[in-house]
Design a protein around this ligand. Structure first.
Ligand SMILES: NC(=O)c1ccc[n+]([C@@H]2O[C@H](COP(=O)([O-])OP(=O)(O)OC[C@H]3O[C@@H](n4cnc5c(N)ncnc54)[C@H](OP(=O)(O)O)[C@@H]3O)[C@@H](O)[C@H]2O)c1
Length: 379
């Protein structure tokens, strides 16, 4: 039997797989009042932002049987008007042109979900998310600050929640980090603890194999002077999300923090020459960066996050250390690949978002994250 998900707000049912019948895909079964199933169709998704990550997500969605991409939106001039298949490098046409107008796209298609991947910052995505909500469609977004927007701007977060409830839709910010490795996974591990004194999370990744925008974001290839200037002028941002992860963990544990201390971003200097897809990194130049942040209680750090991403990192890992009862030392080595993990987190979240109550939700509010196990086979 497949797993049934009741959708409380509109009497629809989303079913994930069903090995006892010919239905082997995520389907929406629209129920009539007499409970006889009247319609069977695939989940309709609109891609909002088809850059590096949006294109990878689109490719993965197209591989899954139960989802179809019914529209795509991006403001990049070179993408608007082009076939989605060309924009994401699929090698074939999909018959869907990329538009620069989300309202126009959503007015023409009966979308179930918008998969959003345009920007890291709440102030930039706020109007985009609100536009989707007002069209009555749920959203799952890669926006880092949306993963726990209460850390950035509580008023905007509450307004998104209010509007989503008003329009009967669900909004989730997700991804690998923030969204999983430095927050959700930590929260899950704490469930076996009777007592917790302190949590330390470390992610060390080799940026050589990551997408070009990520390498740019961490300053790979810049001189130290260029790095400092671009950081100062916010042309490069580094990793976004440590505050969001800390606050999500603290709220899940019911910890009242005295504050969150975000330390200055430190460049990591290359000791050898490396050529990547996006940058030539010379010895003495910036290979990437280290960012740390701490959740403080009574002047002491009780949640410590340490993020390092640089070209040429030889040991890659994700580690979580909980000083508690029992003590926990978890290590994933090599670290989870950020792009693969992000795409999986976003796509795997879709059924959970479609079945969540209306409003702004975060990863800690949803059922335990999982893959759609019956959907992983290529079509
Ligand atoms: N939470 C996580 O774990 C996680 C993981 C990976 C990525 N992310 C985040 O996801 C976002 C997307 O990443 P990416 O690498 O795909 O970035 P990207 O390559 O820059 O792609 C973003 C695309 O969205 C377009 N865009 C920007 N503003 C838009 C708007 N208002 N309406 C429609 N399209 C718009 C951009 O066009 P222009 O190029 O013309 O601006 C670009 O084509 C980034 O902020 C990234 O940091 C989060």
């Amino acid at each position: 039997m497949g797993v049934d998900y009741e959708l409380p707000n509109d009497n629809r049912k989303y079913i994930l797989g069903n090995s006892s019948s010919s239905i082997d895909e995520l389907e929406i079964l629209q129920q009539k009042e007499d409970t006889h199933l009247s319609r069977t169709r695939r989940v309709k998704a609109v891609l909002y932002g088809v850059g590096a990550v949006g294109s990878l997500i689109a490719t993965e969605l197209l591989r899954r049987k139960g989802v179809e991409a019914v529209g795509a939106v991006d403001t990049a001039e070179e993408k608007v008007g082009k076939d989605l298949g060309d924009v994401i490098g699929l090698g074939r046409h999909l018959g869907t042109a990329v538009s620069n107008d989300i309202d126009s796209v959503l007015s023409k298609v009966d979308a179930d979900i918008v998969v959003h991947a345009t920007s890291s910052f709440l102030k930039d995505v706020y109007s985009q998310i609100v536009a989707v909500i007002k069209n009555g469609v749920s959203v799952v977004s890669t926006c880092e600050e949306l993963s726990y927007p209460y850390a950035t701007d509580r008023r905007s977060a509450e307004e998104i929640d209010r509007l989503a409830k008003e329009h009967g839709v669900t909004v989730l910010g997700a991804g690998i980090n923030p969204g999983f490795l430095m927050d959700t996974l930590v929260i899950v591990l704490t469930s076996v603890c009777q007592k917790i004194n302190r949590i330390e999370v470390k992610r060390v990744m080799n940026a050589t194999t990551r997408r070009a925008p990520f390498q740019k974001k961490i300053g790979a290839g810049l001189t130290v002077g260029e790095f400092e200037e671009k950081m100062r002028t916010k042309i490069i941002t580094g990793h976004v999300g440590l505050e969001q992860s800390i606050m999500m963990i603290a709220d899940a544990l019911g910890w009242k923090l005295g504050g969150i201390q975000v330390n200055a971003v430190e460049p990591i200097i290359a000791d050898r020459s490396t050529q990547t897809q996006a940058a030539k990194v010379e010895p003495g130049c910036v290979a990437g960066l280290r960012q740390t942040a701490m959740g403080m209680k009574r002047g002491k750090p009780i949640i410590v996050l340490d993020f390092q991403a640089y070209v040429g990192a030889t040991e890659e890992y994700d580690s979580i250390t909980i000083d508690g009862t029992p003590a926990i030392h978890e290590k994933i080595s090599p670290c989870i690949h950020g792009d693969i993990g992000t795409v999986a987190m976003i796509v795997n979240s879709i059924p959970k978002v479609l079945n969540a109550p209306p409003g702004l939700v975060t990863m800690k509010d949803l059922p335990i994250p999982s893959a759609w196990t019956e959907e992983l086979e290529p079509t």
